[in-house]
Design a binder for this molecule. Structure first.
Ligand code: NAD
Length: 354
């Protein structure tokens, strides 16, 4: 199993170091990971004048999976857009055709107090949002701002999805549902949009390949409301790029702790890029206080979704549950009475629990 390790900037190298320790700990069970490191983001710019240096892209293409830390620092904000660290992640998604974005929103019972919703609504929440990442209104042509005959300006974008684009993301949704409790909710706006009409038709067709999975449909406006009203009704949600953009951010905030959320972006062969959803946190970089759990759970997603090692992934997830139950907390999730640890201390606790 070849893994390209791209730590990036800010807290990236600190949290990635803990993710790598967890991988190494699993090698005791006979798993073998070949890790190769490369600079990305600001580190790529410093090393080669490019946030995604050619050698880094080549390594990412050759690997089976990519473990990505985080990129960005305020000091690069004045660079031309193409040279800014954040371009690296956008280019990687495009170059590697990573069309499926998986964002779990989980609330460990011990952390339910951090949510903006009352604890009883979110304790034990475990929703997986699958967002299509390379199509929809964000990429559809024609687009632009034009002058109308009456002289006023008009902005316009085009929402479009081809049948094959819908089929592959919905199919990915069913595959994920099969790994969980076999429930899939497809979110669309079929009552108003032809794009959604096709989306729903294709979803119903694909469902025939997965008779074990229960497929339901929901309009986006209702889904946004239901996520706040009763989020635990959902298991896997699959939706388009724009609806998924909004729903996945909404869902992540139900958890209230940005240092706890992993993510994955997969291609058609389940090769993926795995990263915490948070950024490079320049305000705490180098202090040894960043929470590494989102990265450690990104490692778990890598084992589950790219390498099909569900048992090893379960071990990591259970180890994370255990350290939280034992009371270990980094500063971002600290409450009085708990055991405060730094980045390495949290890594130690997870490895001990493994
Ligand atoms: P951020 O996610 O880096 O930080 C937001 C807040 O959350 C900060 O107070 C930070 O200290 C805290 N935080 C984030 N991760 C944490 C962790 N693991 N443990 C403890 N606390 C944590 O977002 P930002 O401050 O808006 O952006 C900082 C930089 O990160 C910017 O340059 C931005 O462009 C970049 N960014 C990168 C990615 C990515 O690499 N995919 C994603 C988002 C933002």
């Amino acid at each position: 199993m070849k893994i390209a390790v791209l730590p990036g900037d800010g807290i990236g190298p600190e949290i990635i170091a803990q993710g790598v320790r967890v991988l190494k700990a699993l090698e005791k069970d006979g798993l073998k990971f070949e890790l190769e490191y490369a600079p990305v983001g600001g580190a790529g710019y410093e090393a080669a004048g490019d946030p995604l240096p050619d050698a880094t892209l080549k390594l990412a293409k050759a690997a089976d999976a990519i473990l990505f830390g985080s990129v960005g620092d305020w000091k690069y904000d004045t660079l031309p857009r193409a040279k800014r660290p954040e371009q690296a992640i956008l280019r990687l998604r495009k170059e590697l055709a990573l069309f499926a974005n998986l964002r779990p929103a989980m609330v460990f019972p011990e952390l339910a107090g951090a949510s903006s919703l009352r604890a009883e609504f979110v304790a034990g929440l475990d929703v997986m949002i699958l967002r299509e990442l390379t199509g929809d209104i964000y990429f559809g042509e024609p687009r632009g701002i034009r002058i109308l005959p009456n002289g006023e300006r008009e902005g316009f974008n085009t929402m479009r999805y081809s049948e094959s684009e819908v089929r592959r993301i919905v199919r990915a949704g069913f595959v994920i549902a099969m790994k969980r409790v076999k429930r899939l909710c497809s979110v669309d706006k079929m009552n108003v949009l032809e794009t959604s009409e096709l989306w729903r038709e294709v979803a119903i067709e694909v469902a025939k390949e997965f008779p074990a999975v229960t497929l339901t449909h929901m309009y986006i406006d209702n889904a946004a409301m239901q996520l706040l009203r009763n989020p635990k009704q959902f298991d896997v949600i699959v939706t388009g790029n724009m609806f998924g953009d909004i729903l996945s951010d909404e869902a992540s905030m139900l958890t209230g702790s940005i240092g706890m959320l992993p993510s994955a972006s997969l291609d058609a062969n389940n090769k993926g890029l795995f990263e915490p959803i948070h950024g490079s946190a320049p305000d705490i970089a180098g202090k040894g206080v960043a929470n590494p759990l989102a990265t450690i759970m990104s490692v778990s997603m890598m084992l589950r979704y790219t390498f099909n090692l569900d048992a090893a992934a379960d071990r990591i997830d259970n180890a994370v549950k255990k350290v939280l139950a034992q009371g270990y907390r980094t500063a971002d999730i600290f409450e009085s009475g708990m055991q405060r640890v730094g980045t390495t201390g949290m890594g130690d606790a997870v490895i001990a629990a493994l």
